[in-house]
Design a binder for this molecule. Structure first.
Ligand SMILES: C[S@@+](CC[C@H](N)C(=O)[O-])C[C@H]1O[C@@H](n2cnc3c(N)ncnc32)[C@H](O)[C@@H]1O
Ligand code: SF4
Length: 395
């Protein structure tokens, strides 16, 4: 699993001394649900299968601690803030039973104000969406579902160790539409070893045919410490080359543009006004509290992250303590350079006053970015070479 940064010790009461002006800024809640029925071969997110957890840390115990962390957030933030977006991420939040999701949202409502019509997203695996859940999610206020489709090729799903088959995706989209969901997203992965360009084209075609308002497409990262990482080390699979990854990104951008999806972040495309407001809050450097094991938070330049193990997270909250493992206070320079990195990922771009003229000229001369209405915006070439652009920007 990915390691956490080092940081400095976080106080046990979770106290923050930098609460200036919070009520006037967007505030989001990220809610981490760290359970999966089986671990996918490529995934190094903080998630656990039932056999990896003691009885008292199984999914059924999550709500009790999650509500305690909401109450802690209310105490620490002092004000009854208005929440702009909520995002249940994982792991597999769709494994939670509907009462748990509803009780958690009720607890948020008892401790905070909710912005009218706020976006509430839940991430769902295609084989754990049911009619009952879909209806109950809507009744609880969830209005956006992000479905982990990944691919429509059976062999690719098998290579990724996914538990679903391609038919589960259209079936779950049917269920959501019938219950009345009009906002959902499909997550795709490209660049799995063995995936051909036409496999990828079929995944895009099948995703577009389901008419989702939003599509994310991520290039597969083979993380060390995962099953696929071990297969790579043993030479059983090989890393897909950069040209193939670039061809697949370009194909995605072309097909999505033709079907009225515009990119608004390097890996995200949406129909008009269907961008994910929650993720935009991260990229715009706004404030959020992350509830759950290993969740990260950011409030006015202070960033902290929770203990990853559900047991440690639960035990700290049982004692009314903060489950934070460590935190860091960002300096003005750090805030500025992070802002540059985050804003340059977005189609809305980076203000031209954020960079010195030489850098801007360099990016434009190399056709990596354009300057439009005082905003520096990545070109397609810039998005394809985003890692190189970020290296230049941070140098
Ligand atoms: C961590 S998952 C959580 C939601 C849900 N369990 C699912 O799998 O869709 C969120 C997204 O991250 C993607 N993801 C996780 N690890 C990845 C990796 N190593 N490379 C690319 N995408 C990855 C997943 O495929 C998924 O679409
Ligand atoms: S289902 Fe999602 S969170 Fe769980 S292991 Fe797979 S990619 Fe990771």
């Amino acid at each position: 699993m990915a390691a956490l940064p080092e940081g400095s010790p976080a106080p046990l009461d979770g106290n923050l001394t930098n609460l200036f002006d919070l009520v006037n800024k967007p505030f989001s809640l990220y809610v981490h649900v760290p359970y999966c029925s089986k671990r996918c071969g490529y995934c190094d997110f903080n998630t656990y299968t039932p056999s990896e957890l003691d009885r008292e840390d199984q999914i059924e115990s999550w709500l009790n601690s999650a509500v305690k962390e909401i109450e802690l957030a209310r105490r620490v933030l002092k004000e009854e803030l208005t929440i702009d977006t909520i995002f249940f991420g994982g792991g597999t939040p769709s494994l939670l039973d509907s009462n748990t999701v509803d009780n958690f949202i009720q607890s948020v409502k008892s401790n905070f104000k909710l912005k009218p019509g706020l976006e509430i997203t839940i991430e769902a695996n295609p084989d754990s969406i049911t009619e009952e859940k879909s209806q109950r999610w809507l009744n609880s206020g969830i209005n956006r579902v992000s479905i982990g489709m990944q691919s429509s090729t059976k062999e690719v799903l098998k290579k990724l160790d996914r538990t679903h088959n391609p038919d589960n995706v259209s079936h779950s989209v049917d269920i959501l539409k019938k219950s009345g969901f009009d906002n959902f997203s499909l997550d795709l992965i490209y660049g799995t070893p063995g995936e051909s360009l036409s496999d990828w084209e079929n995944s895009l075609k099948d995703a577009i045919a389901l008419n989702p308002p939003h599509i994310s497409a991520y290039s597969l990262v083979i993380e060390p410490g995962t099953k696929m990482g071990a297969q790579l080390n043993r030479g059983e699979i090989s890393q897909v080359n950069d040209d193939e990854v670039a061809d697949k990104y370009q194909l995605a951008d072309e097909m999505l543009n033709k079907n009225n999806y515009s990119w608004y972040e390097i890996s995200n495309w949406a129909k008009r006004d269907k961008e994910c407001k929650h993720n935009l809050n991260y990229w715009l450097g706004n404030n959020w509290w992350g509830i759950g094991p290993g969740a990260h938070s950011h409030v006015n330049g202070v960033r902290w992250w929770n203990h990853k193990l559900p047991k440690v997270w639960r035990e700290l909250l049982e004692k009314q303590n903060s489950p934070a493992l460590a935190r860091e206070v960002l300096s003005e320079d750090q805030i500025k350079s992070e802002q540059i990195m985050l804003l340059s990922r977005l189609r809305t771009g980076l203000g031209n006053h954020e960079l010195d003229e030489n850098r801007i000229e360099n990016l434009i001369a190399n056709q990596l970015a354009t300057l439009d209405a005082n905003k520096i915006v990545l070109t397609l070439k810039g998005r394809l070479l985003a890692d190189e652009v970020f290296r230049q920007l941070s140098a």
